[in-house]
Design a protein around this ligand. Structure first.
Ligand code: BGC
Length: 768
């Protein structure tokens, strides 16, 4: 036995040593790629069936795993790991913990195949950046790539090598709690931002010690949960699936994302986890993608609850046959795949293919060269929560802010203003800005708005502060259990409102910090109400009675119903949950050290009844027009958004002129260049996101009234003008047609250019 073990050890050393190389995502067709394939095959050739199935198993483990196991469950997990029967661990973080866990397999198992360590590093590890939806409002791909690369660097310095991000589910329903985790309502924006995040996490070289594997999730349709109800069924037709939901995933696959995660929901009666067409036919075959698919947490086993599988055994059979490669925490694979193989219900070919995909990523990460390469205490000490990272967090915070309203130029505020009242449950809140998926952020570590404001003004400015109300009832001690389910809203204690009113009376201007807590959005936090919870509206009205000079500083994970505030307040800033440097970033905008440049990645509704609400709708046979509102939508509300996708103000103004095309007709293989002059007509420099939308007027499958197809974010000096151009080609004009192919159809198209999805500045072209 010992001998056999030694022989394997030598064989493995030869194989791994011989093919010591640094793969990257460009390698698909290169000789290095071939070498990795050979290595993968060689390792596979050494594996017993139990070891193969083991690679397809992912456990979640906390401290228990590496300390003395305290529960039976943890002991069982340790025993399996020691036998080499676990391919991956999630939720073990820190060099010490990861090393201990990796040692279990490296020092005990027969083949010593390193485990891959995963964690939800969604918007930072310890240095928190804005929530993904918030950061998407920056429309700044370079910045987004940068923050993802810092998140990767901190994660990799903590022993990790795989994140479950980015989420690229197109999400159009503000009730859905997880809308905060993606890039909003548009497929094109989700695709570009998703790719920027993947590039940030993975860099050019997955084997670099400061990069980690990314995961495109959730494949597919999760963002279309019916009525925004968490985990709910998804009913989309084939064309909507291909034209709206899948494009960001296709872009992720093309960008070389190492892994995909499937999703909890069913699509038209087929759970995504058991969806053969999605996983095998589309992702693995049509798109020719060679990474591996991990299930969502327990989603293989959950197919039984869906009523799609009889039990976990049946679920394992369905999932593997459908193309799910790794089972996250449902134990369906480890307990059943071997029997299923013996019963001929699954094939060895499918198991081998799944294992190869998993091994390939492990080779690409360089884990076979050094299983402890992410376990370096020095790097952990020096690379996390650094000054440089916090400076980028501040930049990301201010660039993600969206100015929705600025009547009478209430903003920016002069730093020599005599007095400011900072009021509200989010005014001195150092925790909520850290967001919902906050990984290893320290409780209460964000810069609060109050701190940001105080740091900005001089001694002669009086800064008053009152919380006014408690938003939530503390059911657990702060920081002890961040996942309070559900949050209890405080509707009793009005004692602070009069104090808030007293300072509002004395102040020249009020910054009213209300909105929603970080734990009101995120997974499992769908809501039927999206207005101001608790006593916040009472606070707003009371303060407004005594001081009209109010800027609403909105804290939000999702688009909220801010209609009443919008009716009465002169200034509104959308500040999401902006991360570690939140208050400084907001103060930069409030006092004009940064001219706001964010644009909404999701429409803000007038009320919850409009949801799901998105700009890229299809026309009905009785289209919306301002004269016949009731025909087009509701009798008690306008159909349009309060603030549409792509909208956001600046402290300056931009004019759009001379939209022109270099020719008016093209063939489907040809190109047209459209250009426009954008002029900064105000007194300060500012950034504008110039947006290109198209409409395909008549098509074999109805196309949306507008579709984002390009954008450029430009800094333009006061009084200056820039000419911006976009190329219109096949990529821009094609869609998934009635022929079930991506094609350009002949006919007329409108091209719109402007500073939001509401732009009516247009040109016509036709494809012949
Ligand atoms: C979520 C995933 C997440 C996973 C692991 C699931 O509940 O849906 O997005 O990556 O848990 O934490």
């Amino acid at each position: 036995m010992y001998k056999l073990y030694k022989i394997h050890l030598i064989t493995l050393t030869i194989i791994f040593g011989f093919f010591s190389c640094k793969p990257n995502k460009e390698m698909k067709n290169s000789s290095l790629h071939k070498e990795i394939e050979q290595k993968v095959d060689s390792v596979l050739g050494l594996m017993h069936i139990d070891e193969k199935i083991g690679q397809m198993v992912q456990y979640s483990a906390g401290w228990d795993l590496t300390g003395p196991p305290s529960s039976k469950n943890a002991q069982d997990k340790v025993a399996q790991i020691k036998k080499g029967l676990v391919g991956s661990i999630l939720n073990v973080v820190s060099v010490k913990e990861v090393r201990e866990a990796q040692k279990l397999v490296m020092e005990n198992s027969r083949l010593k195949i390193p485990m891959i360590f995963a964690y939800d590093v969604i918007h930072g590890l310890k240095t928190m950046f804005p929530t993904p939806l918030g950061e998407s409002a920056s429309w700044d791909l370079e910045l987004i790539e940068k923050t993802a690369s810092i998140a990767a660097k901190e994660a990799a310095a903590s022993g990790l090598n795989w994140t479950f991000a980015p989420m690229i589910d197109v999400s159009r329903d503000a009730r859905w709690g997880r809308i905060m985790e993606g890039a909003g309502e548009d497929p094109y924006l989700n695709a570009l931002i998703g790719v920027a995040r993947i590039q940030g996490f993975q860099g050019d070289d997955l084997s670099d010690e400061s990069t980690i594997a990314a995961c495109a999730k959730h494949f597919a349709g999760y963002g279309f949960a019916e009525a925004g109800r968490e985990y709910s069924t998804v009913n989309v037709g084939e064309f909507e699936l291909h034209n709206t939901i899948l494009p960001p995933f296709k872009a992720a696959a093309n960008a070389g994302v190492a892994t995909f995660m499937n999703s909890f929901n069913d699509i038209d009666g087929i759970p995504a986890t058991g969806h053969k067409e999605l996983q095998r036919a589309i992702l693995k075959e049509d798109w020719n993608w060679n990474g591996f698919i991990v299930s969502d947490w327990g989603s293989i086993g959950e197919m039984a609850a869906h009523g799609f599988a009889k039990d976990k055994k049946h679920a394992a059979e369905i999932a593997l046959n459908a193309g799910s490669d790794m089972d996250m925490e449902s134990f369906s694979y480890e307990r059943n795949l071997k029997t299923l193989l013996e019963e001929n219900k699954v094939s060895l070919a499918h198991i081998d293919a799944a294992v190869k995909r998993i091994l390939r990523v492990k080779f690409q990460l360089g884990l076979f060269d050094n299983p402890y390469k992410y376990c370096d205490e020095e790097r952990e000490k020096n690379n996390i929560y650094t000054k440089e990272h916090l400076a980028i967090a501040r930049d990301a915070a201010r660039k993600s802010i969206v100015l929705l309203k600025n009547e009478n130029a209430i903003l920016p505020v002069s730093k020599s203003v005599k007095s400011i009242a900072v009021i509200g449950p989010f005014a001195d809140n150092k925790d909520s800005p850290l967001g919902n998926w906050r990984a290893k952020a320290t409780y209460n570590s964000a810069v609060s708005l109050l701190e940001g404001v105080k740091a900005k003004v001089g001694k002669n400015t009086k800064v008053y502060y009152e919380k006014g109300i408690e938003l939530t009832v503390p059911t657990v001690k702060a920081g002890e259990n961040q996942f309070m389910f559900p949050l209890q809203m405080n509707t009793e204690d009005r004692s602070g409102i009069s104090k808030a009113v007293a300072i509002a009376k004395k102040a020249e201007i009020v910054f009213l910090a209300i909105g929603e807590d970080a734990y009101q959005s995120g997974e499992g936090r769908s809501q039927t109400k999206i207005g101001f919870a608790g006593l916040q509206s009472e606070l707003l009205e009371a303060v407004y009675k005594v001081n009209k000079n109010i800027v609403l500083v909105l804290s939000n994970g999702r688009p909220m119903d801010i209609s009443r505030a919008n009716d009465i307040l002169p200034g509104i800033l959308v500040t999401w949950q902006l991360g570690s440097a939140s208050g400084n970033g907001i103060a930069d905008v409030l006092f004009g050290d940064y001219n706001p440049s964010g644009k909404l990645p999701v429409s803000f509704p007038r009320n919850v009844g409009q949801e799901p609400l998105y700009y890229n709708q299809k026309n009905t046979g009785r289209p919306f027009n301002n004269k016949h509102v009731t025909y087009a939508g509701y009798t008690d509300s306008k159909k349009s958004a309060l603030y549409p996708f792509g909208f956001g103000l600046s402290y300056t103004h931009f004019s759009y002129d001379h939209l022109k095309v270099d020719k008016e007709t093209m063939s489907s293989e040809d190109k047209i260049t459209v250009s426009v002059d954008v002029k900064n007509t105000g007194n300060v420099a500012g950034e504008e996101v110039v947006q290109l939308y198209i409409r395909d007027l008549v098509a074999s499958v109805i196309r949306p009234v507008k579709e984002l197809k390009g954008f450029q974010k430009l800094l333009i000096k006061a009084g200056h003008k820039k000419t911006v151009s976009f190329v219109i080609d096949k990529e821009v004009l094609q869609f998934y047609t009635i022929n079930k192919k991506w094609e350009v159809e002949t006919g007329e198209f409108h091209l719109f250019v402007g500073g939001s999805s509401a732009t009516e500045i247009k040109q016509k072209i036709s494809v012949e």
